[in-house]
Design a protein around this ligand. Structure first.
Ligand code: EPZ
Length: 426
């Protein structure tokens, strides 16, 4: 397993392009199942999770190739003409929960599917009951055998589906199933994330009729069939927020490009309230940072609220703030595995329920720490970049799932970070 070695204390300077969104890429790739033929999705990041989804689609029968698109932005060419194996095996699903996204498209196109239940993750159970509820409302018969969801339907029929809580995955999965159903489907209390809007736009590019995506009520007119399409993926708002937090925490002057500033307004607002000066354009943000952040209390919420995927990074930033503040995660109530590792670097943080109480310290000191999930790893990189001395971050396969060559990107703006083979622990 690889590790990162970080020498902290160096300000970050320069310009950095943001990659395509991981959390849009995965449902977009699954949606290609809906229309047999050759699809092109531009601006897909070369991530571990994208490779996992590509592997799953190949198991189902698709052919997939990465191509270098315009200005060497990577594109995926996906041929779903010969898809036929309607199964997502446990060995794969257990490594990536987003594999569940093939449930809706396979059910809509083939009328039968067997998908492993995903199990949990580093911070607890990750249920899929809302995905299943949505498929049942569309007329699917659902059974469970040997840890698999077995779903079948002669023809899905539109209905009104009201989600008790906002779920990005369930909204996307049911939207994909509904676009080939008979009649109209209305999703109430739907997720409003930009990744859902992108998915709806791709489905519409295939000839689908999805309206009001981005609002909490989405209307889908089912069609008989869809055709392959070409689509440009949106930028990754969480990668952008992560790099902005790194500059704010470490100090420096960096411009991020190829982003959508309207997708991360609440993060930009938080950084300004923390005292950092930003120059905000539609597709770029310049951040200048010297001195410590002001403490800013934050609470995560469904989009357009503060993203739970930025919670760990924000805690890293606030661990060096000039005062105390709180971070409350209302989406995942125990997503704080990064706190114990940040404490090893000298952070003064206490967790009570789903709230972290952060008392800012003057300095963090480098130490060996361990990744536990994608965003916890990002938080530890941010803290390591700001800490005095050397930080060794182990198990970086977690971060490779969600960030494209993060150490190379950080080196481009002056960070002293390198990837090393981690000797087998005896
Ligand atoms: C997506 O996960 C993202 N993953 C997550 O990002 C992100 O944290 C999450 O949305 C919330 O924004 C991808 O898009 C691949 P949810 P998802 O369904 O769809 C509960 C990252 O780091 N729930 O919106 O799985 C659930 O437990 C990852 O990139 C049910 O109870 O999240 C949670 O409390 C981590 N039943 C809440 O809803 C269900 O059937 C929101 O989850 C589904 C979800």
């Amino acid at each position: 397993m690889d590790k990162f070695v970080i020498e902290g204390g160096k300000p970050l300077k320069g310009t950095l392009p943001v990659s395509g969104a991981k959390n849009a890429s995965l449902p977009l790739m699954a949606a290609a199942i809906l229309a047999p033929g050759i699809h092109t999705i531009e601006n897909v990041p070369r991530l571990r999770d994208v490779r996992t989804m590509a592997h799953l689609l190949r198991i189902i029968g698709a052919r997939i190739d990465f191509e270098d698109g315009p200005s060497s932005v990577p594109s995926l060419v996906i041929d779903t003409s010969d898809c036929s194996f309607c199964e997502a095996p446990y060995e794969l699903v257990k490594t990536m929960r987003a594999s569940i996204y093939v449930l809706g498209p396979l059910l809509a196109r083939f009328g039968k599917v067997r998908v492993s239940l995903p199990g949990g993750c580093a911070w607890g159970p990750r249920p899929v009951d809302l995905h299943i509820m949505g498929m049942e409302k569309l007329g699917a018969q659902i059974e469970f055998e040997d840890g698999y969801i077995v779903a079948s339907a002669e023809k899905l029929r539109g209905d009104t589906i009201s989600f008790p809580i906002r779920s990005v995955g369930a909204t996307g999965n049911v939207m994909m199933a509904a676009c080939l159903a008979e009649g109209t489907t209305i999703l109430q209390n739907a997720a409003c994330e930009p990744e859902i809007v992108a998915l709806a736009q791709f489905i519409n590019a295939m000839g689908g009729h999805v309206k009001q995506a981005g609002s909490d009520q989405i209307v889908i007119e089912g069609v008989d069939q869809l055709h392959p399409a070409k689509f440009q993926n949106i930028p990754d708002r969480i990668e952008a927020g992560t790099f902005l937090s790194a500059v704010a925490t470490t100090g420096g002057d960096v411009t991020l490009t190829n982003l959508r500033s309207d997708h991360l307004s609440v993060v930009l607002d938080g950084l300004e309230r923390a005292g950092f000066s930003l120059e905000i354009q539609d597709t770029s943000v310049k951040i200048q940072s010297e001195g410590r952040a002001y403490p800013v209390d934050m609470k995560t919420a469904p989009y357009p609220g503060f993203p739970t995927d930025m919670q760990a990074q924000w805690i890293a930033l606030m661990s060096l703030a000039d005062g105390s503040c709180t971070m409350t995660d209302t989406i995942y109530t125990n997503r704080f595995t990064h706190v114990a590792e940040l404490q090893r670097l000298g952070a003064d943080i206490r967790v009570e329920g789903n709230t972290a109480l952060i008392r800012g310290v003057e300095q963090l000191k480098g130490a060996p720490v361990m990744s536990t999930d994608i965003r916890a790893s990002a938080s530890l990189i941010i803290a390591g970049l700001a800490a005095e001395g050397r930080t060794d971050l182990s198990r970086v396969y977690h971060i490779d799932r969600g960030y494209e060559r993060i150490e190379e990107k950080l080196r481009l703006i002056g960070a002293d970070i390198r990837r090393e083979d981690e000797p087998l622990q005896v």
